[in-house]
Design a binder for this molecule. Structure first.
Ligand code: NAP
Length: 514
């Protein structure tokens, strides 16, 4: 890469001066891709969002904002090849990039479609009217956009989707946003953000981009503001406990570490279709985005009688997942986002190996030439034979192509192991036994934000274990952070305030058409 991209933050509808910050490095070959800007003045951003962006968005109806999202999706779609070209430098293969880029644009499309069923008004009714007296005095919950700013703090692993999946529900709800992307790969987010600005689809002040440090941004928020954070549990814990966040009851939603599991049903012997479907899905989850997916399968739960057969099948399939240049069509496993991230994976792998043995991988691939400086890591399978007595395998997330296979004896043990992750974003079950599936779901649903069940009859229609869909909630309890993004109106809730209105029918009617 010869031309180093000089990145800028976008504040109060103008690009700030570029340069002066740290270099951002290609995940493929270690060359400098871009240079971060200096720190931005966050006070100006907050002021602009509150005084300009918020009022402009709130002047529109839900349906008008839906059309705005559609225009945004069209603009990004028309220029997506620009994003693909940069995405490979983050280590992503073409199909990894599609997951990020098309997935993000898809979230905008789905939210714009959902808006068609929303009111052509500025408030949304929540449920029906409540009869609370014998006379003309009724109750009605309404939802209206909060008058502050939505701060989005994103992880590095999805530079495009991470931004768009939060912007879709926020903008549709009617709140302006300040987007702070993860620094690694911020050049891809900045490129997508430039398309958003140049599309002219959004009113002034609706979105701003903050690259680098957030400075004292979180100390300047109040109860009409909202923070949506994606990243590590450690950072989330620190930020949401900030004195100002607590004092002003600033809404803080977190999507964080998640030890997602997939369960192979007891009925799925090697000759059953579910067995192969399961093996393929686990391998895809381990290798897509080089395992840097918050929803990736980290724990592979299989009947004790099948563990050797599943392990053999996984090893055979993982053997075909060649690591290499993500721009090459033959590459099945791209690079991690950077060598710092690879160091984290190696450190967490060491913690896991205290309880689990290495089956395959655990090494840096031997690549030639400039790729030697890339952040590659081989797909790595661990095995833990006593998972009920283990801790690390249920708690330590190696954020790369790393997963642990473990046996369960019966359904109760499968449930206990699934829940030992103390809350996850996504769990999947591969089985053809309807009543066994229902029993598992009954035991696990409160620990897992999304549960995907696949068998021989629906596999071809499956959206995949790791795909967070705009139609369905993305978020999970406990370790996963307790947040709920996406899922249509569910994902808009952090940006809407519910009020219970008690009034006559005529007044309620007038409010509904605000
Ligand atoms: P991270 O270090 O926690 O960073 C997440 C975001 O927080 C980044 O934008 C980071 O900015 C920012 N940040 C860090 N310290 C901050 C501070 N003091 N004030 C304000 N912002 C701050 O996590 P990461 O390394 O980017 O991502 C990897 C982790 O994220 C993994 O553990 C993974 O499980 C988790 N993750 C979870 C999900 C999910 O949906 N549950 C999705 C993706 C990733 P900088 O980049 O500038 O440091």
């Amino acid at each position: 890469m010869t031309n180093v991209i000089a990145l800028s933050s976008y504040s109060a509808d103008r690009w700030l001066p570029s340069g002066a910050g740290a270099d951002l490095i290609s995940a493929i070959d270690g060359s400098v891709v871009a240079r971060m800007p200096g720190n931005a003045e966050v006070g100006e951003m907050l002021d602009h969002a509150r005084k300009v962006g918020g009022p402009a968005l709130r002047a529109m109806t839900f349906q008008q904002r839906g059309k705005m999202l559609r225009a945004l999706a069209d603009a990004l779609g028309a220029r997506k090849e620009e994003l693909y070209a940069l995405s490979s430098l983050t280590g992503a293969t073409r199909s990894d990039s599609a997951f990020d880029i098309e997935g993000g644009i898809g979230a905008l499309f789905v939210y714009s479609a959902k808006a068609k069923a929303m009111p052509d008004a500025r408030v949304m009714l929540d449920g029906g009217r409540e009869t609370i007296s014998k006379g003309d005095f009724l109750g009605q919950h309404i939802l209206a956009p909060m008058t502050g700013v939505a701060v989005h703090i994103n992880a590095y692993n999805f530079p495009v989707w991470g931004m768009l999946e939060k912007l879709a529900p926020t903008l549709l709800a009617g709140m302006p946003a300040i987007v702070k992307p993860g620094t690694v790969g911020a050049y891809l987010t900045e490129a997508a953000f430039r398309i958003i600005v140049e599309s002219g689809a959004l009113p002034p002040g609706a979105v701003q981009l903050l690259l680098g440090s957030t400075g004292d941004l979180l100390d300047q928020l109040d109860g009409q503001d909202s923070v949506a954070f994606t990243g590590s549990a450690e950072t989330a814990g620190r930020l949401k406990a900030g004195a100002n966040i607590v004092r002003n009851t600033v809404r803080f939603a977190a999507e964080q570490d998640s030890l997602n599991a997939s369960i192979l049903g007891q009925d799925a012997t090697p000759d059953a279709p579910e067995f192969d479907l399961f093996v393929k899905e686990v391998v895809r989850e381990m290798t897509q985005k080089a395992g840097q997916k918050c929803t990736a399968i980290r724990r592979i739960l299989v009947p004790v009688s099948q563990i050797d057969a599943v392990q053999d099948a996984l090893v055979a399939r993982l053997g075909k997942m060649t690591a290499g240049d993500p721009r090459a069509e033959t590459t099945r496993l791209g690079a991690l986002a950077g060598t710092g991230q690879r160091d984290d994976v190696i450190a967490n792998l060491a913690a896991l190996r205290a309880e689990a043995e290495l089956v395959t991988g655990g090494t840096i691939p031997d690549l030639d030439g400039e790729l030697e400086n890339g952040a590659f890591f081989n797909a790595t399978l661990l095995r833990c034979d006593r998972p009920s007595e283990a801790e690390a395998v249920h708690a330590v997330e190696a954020f790369g192509p790393v997963s642990t296979i473990m046996p369960y004896g019966d359904a109760d043990e499968a449930i206990a192991l699934a829940n030992a992750g103390k809350g996850s974003l996504a769990l999947s079950i591969f089985s053809h036994d309807t009543s066994a599936i229902a029993g598992l779901v009954g035991g696990i649903s409160t620990f897992h934000g999304r549960i995907m069940i696949v068998g021989r009859d629906n596999a071809e229609f499956s959206s995949g274990h790791g795909a967070a869909l705009p139609h369905l909630q993305h978020g999970g309890p406990g370790r996963a952070g307790g947040g709920a993004e996406l899922g249509g109106t569910i994902g808009m809730m952090p940006y809407l305030q519910r009020s219970a209105i008690q009034a006559s029918a005529a007044v309620l009617e007038a409010i509904a058409s605000l």
